[in-house]
Design a protein around this ligand. Structure first.
Ligand SMILES: [Zn+2]
Length: 254
């Protein structure tokens, strides 16, 4: 079976990262008349090196990196405000976000064959670890104090997914389910951060593109299952309520 068919069996609408990149950049340029040279690009995807090939970094330069383990926007409110202050004059903001999941050549989700390796490993490793902990414990995981300091992102990721634990564990495919619920968490957090910092954006438009990245073996393209595309007008405050930020000079100069 071709890898496209294998991916589409699980994600019928998924397209290659290249197709998604080309179609959305063309949409932004032609439909929205956005000047890509003045666009500031940000990502909230997992730290995993495997994700570099699937996003827009090949075309758009200078990504502002918001994501950490699992793809949650760990740079938070401060990061979003800093991003909002860095957009070139007359430009737009564009944020690409989402979790990732590996797929083997045989169609198994949650694992993949990485570049230069013969063996299979977990992808997303952080989400598969969270799932394993959920499966082992009926209660909220307890953490060794030193890990709270040295493993903050993983712990925060697991906490963010706790509300979905029951549904994840009882899903037909818990690996797919934990990835889908991570998408829900990232989408919610990104939109909340945009809402909180909306008045900080000097540009008029923020483009949000969210989806699940599907990592395949080295010889194949990676895929993206797009879940959301939003255009937010920063000057129209009807839909988005701004939250006032700390009135300090340092914060304003991020
Ligand atoms: Zn990951």
């Amino acid at each position: 079976m071709k890898i496209k068919d294998t991916v589409n069996k699980h994600y019928p609408k998924a397209k290659t990262g290249e197709e998604i990149t080309n179609s959305y950049l063309s949409l932004l340029e032609k439909e929205y008349k956005s000047d890509l040279k003045k666009m500031l690009f940000a990502t909230s995807v997992c730290s995993d090196d495997v994700n570099v090939s699937t996003d827009f970094r090949k075309v758009l330069s200078r990504p502002f990196t918001m994501g950490g383990l699992g793809g949650l926007p760990f740079s938070g409110f401060t990061g979003m405000v800093a991003f909002s202050h860095h957009i070139p004059d007359g430009g737009d903001a564009f944020i690409f976000y989402g979790p990732h999941i590996g797929i083997t050549d045989d169609g198994e989700l949650g694992r993949m064959r990485r570049i230069g390796q013969a063996r299979l490993t977990n992808s997303c490793g952080a989400l598969m670890l969270a799932l394993e902990r959920f499966q082992k414990s009926d209660e909220e995981p307890t953490y060794v104090p030193q890990n709270v300091y040295y493993d903050q992102q993983q712990i925060h990721l697991e906490h963010s997914l706790m509300p979905f634990k029951h549904e994840i564990l009882h899903a037909n495919n818990p690996k797919k389910a934990i990835t889908d619920f991570t998408y829900v968490a990232i989408d919610k957090q990104i939109k909340q951060l945009v809402k909180m910092s909306i008045k900080e954006f000097s540009c008029e438009r923020i483009f949000l593109l969210g989806g699940v990245i599907i990592n395949t073996s080295e010889e194949f393209n990676d895929y993206v299952d797009v879940r959301n595309f939003d255009v937010i007008n920063t000057k129209d405050s009807n839909n988005i309520e701004s939250v006032s930020i700390l009135e300090t000079e340092a914060f304003k100069n991020l």
